[in-house]
Design a protein around this ligand. Structure first.
Ligand SMILES: N[C@@H](CCC(=O)N[C@@H](CS)C(=O)NCC(=O)O)C(=O)O
Length: 204
């Protein structure tokens, strides 16, 4: 299989961590792409018309996207403990937490595009501030209500939160989230030691 990849994308990192955690790294060849919303990649666009990464080309030539679908596919392809609970209320709770983590990443990626790509005189500070509020509300909720759930196992929800925190460190190092969310900070120290997290650490 071929994974359209960038080492700095938090959504790609999520897929890479799932590959590591399920022992499937060797099944995938990485195809690096350097894209932004205003600078696409023709080969990627052929497989994923939306032009975003990650996208996974299967051996039969079909292409899966987005990261949620790819993670679910990969989780159906191994015999170990599932990273996405298969059924019951746990499934919906964990998927909702995973969605919250994705939304934090969406807000952080959108902030990056607005502040890095958009010409300075066109930047909308109120909009950037509102993205920051989404991130802060999302993290505060995790700190207040979900620390025990995160510590329960490194599944799809925990992987998503770890990728979101790692991306904030990469792109918003001035946002000292550790000071505001000490429970998340302590949890992050632990999960950061996992081989899957070390192997996918984003280096700009
Ligand atoms: N919902 C998507 C989001 C993926 C995403 O936003 N990827 C970014 C890179 S981090 C991207 O491809 N941006 C290019 C674009 O927006 O055109 C997923 O979960 O895979």
């Amino acid at each position: 299989m071929i994974l359209f990849h960038s080492p700095l994308s938090p959504f790609v990192r999520k897929v890479m961590i799932v590959l590591h955690e399920t022992g499937q790294q060797q099944r995938v060849t990485l195809q690096g792409v350097n894209i932004s919303p205003v600078n696409g990649d023709d080969q990627l666009n052929q497989g994923n018309p939306i032009g975003k990464i990650p996208a996974l080309r299967l051996d039969d030539g079909s292409v899966l996207h987005d990261s949620r679908v790819i993670c679910e596919y990969l989780d159906s392809q191994h015999v170990g403990n599932p990273l996405i609970p298969r059924e019951g209320s746990t499934r919906w709770r964990r998927l909702t937490l995973a969605s919250q983590a994705d939304a934090i990443m969406d807000a952080a990626v959108a902030t990056r595009y607005e502040t890095f790509l958009r010409p300075t005189d066109k930047q909308w500070h109120g909009w950037v501030e509102a993205q920051g509020e989404k991130i802060r509300r999302g993290l505060a909720n995790l700190e207040r209500e979900h620390l025990a759930e995160l510590a329960a196992g490194f599944d799809i929800a925990a992987i998503g939160v770890a990728c979101a925190l790692g991306y904030l460190d990469l792109r918003q190092p001035e946002f000292d989230w550790r000071a505001q969310y000490p429970g998340l900070a302590a949890w992050f120290i632990q999960v950061s030691q996992r081989p899957s997290m070390l192997a996918t650490f984003p280096v700009a």
